[in-house]
Design a protein. Structure first.
Length: 311
């Protein structure tokens, strides 16, 4: 398909309860503009003509504007800049070469990250400053929560765990923002095809087909090398965050493989497996990550399809 040619108009996929639940969950735990901004941009470049499309565009722009006007420290300015750069990069890539491949979200996030690094360098904002602002916000939240739990006889161990969690979040903040950006772009593309009358490009592939370039395996190697080599603390922070994004992506790929293979598994068995997984979550996540990594060489879904057709 040509770069900016619209897809022939056809029946739009209707948002099911899973799509609505995913969007609501994302808006609760991540910056909403990571999905609202790209979605508004995509609708605008599709030349909206219906009243329904314009209502969505107006609502998305208004919500994004209100969120961007919120007060905050340097960390909030950092996230706002990331959201604007992310939206612009994703919309530009979509207009240039629309596709259903997940790699477009990864490329847009990488481009936005590089532009954000250049922006912070131009303004002479060090990452340590952003991290201190994140730690200050988390500390304020921790103190407020501690005051509320004081009357509930909260244990010192639980409060100490909460403090350690705040330190971990501050360390992994760039990786968490990157994961939120990738997830927001995937949601924006799915909802764009549910809203737009003449969307660009094909709709996203089903979750069971989730994959990305096998060359991403080198991202894990690079992250591990940065963590193990005798480098500065800043480079080790880069390595830890790179490993976080890499592990989550491969765990998601492993979950997609499990989803593709579970079509033939009875629902009661799936419910039992889900219940067991809730109590063994660290081991399950590790297993899914290894499964996604092994798929780089073994291509499990091709083997599943071959076995299903007798190949």
């Amino acid at each position: 398909m040509a770069g900016g040619a619209p897809r022939p108009q056809g029946p739009r996929p209707q948002p099911g309860w899973r799509a609505v639940l995913l969007l609501a969950g994302f808006l609760l735990v991540a910056p909403p503009v990571f999905v609202l901004g790209p979605l508004a941009g995509l609708l605008l470049v599709s030349r909206p003509a219906s009243r329904r499309e314009w209502v969505w565009v107006a609502g998305l722009i208004a919500w994004s504007g209100l969120w961007l006007q919120q007060s905050g420290g340097v960390n909030m300015h950092w996230v706002r800049a990331a959201a604007v750069l992310l939206s612009g990069a994703f919309v530009a890539l979509t207009v240039w070469r629309p596709s259903q491949h997940f790699s477009r979200a990864l490329v847009a996030t990488g481009l936005a990250g590089a532009a954000l690094g250049a922006w912070t360098a131009a303004l002479e904002i060090e990452w340590a400053t952003v991290r201190r602002a994140v730690e200050a916000d988390l500390a304020a939240y921790h103190r407020a929560l501690q005051a509320e739990l004081a009357g509930a006889n909260a244990s010192r161990e639980m409060l100490a765990q909460m403090s350690d969690l705040s330190d971990t979040v501050a360390l992994l903040y760039p990786g968490l923002v990157a994961l939120a950006a990738i997830g927001g772009l995937r949601l924006a593309w799915a909802w764009y095809h549910r809203i737009a009358e003449r969307p660009l490009g094909p709709p996203p592939a089903p979750f069971a087909a989730f994959r990305f370039s096998d060359q991403l395996v080198w991202g894990g190697v690079a992250g591990l090398a940065l963590c193990l080599m005798p480098l500065s603390e800043a480079w080790r922070t880069v390595g830890v965050n790179l490993l976080l994004v890499w592990a989550v992506l491969y765990a998601t790929r492993g979950l997609a493989i499990f989803s593709a293979g579970s079509a033939r598994v009875p629902r009661p068995v799936l419910a039992a497996l889900t219940l067991v997984a809730m109590f063994m979550l660290p081991f399950v996540l590790g297993g899914l990550t290894l499964l996604g990594l092994a798929d780089t060489w073994l291509d499990f879904r091709r083997r599943l399809a071959a076995s299903a057709t007798g190949g």
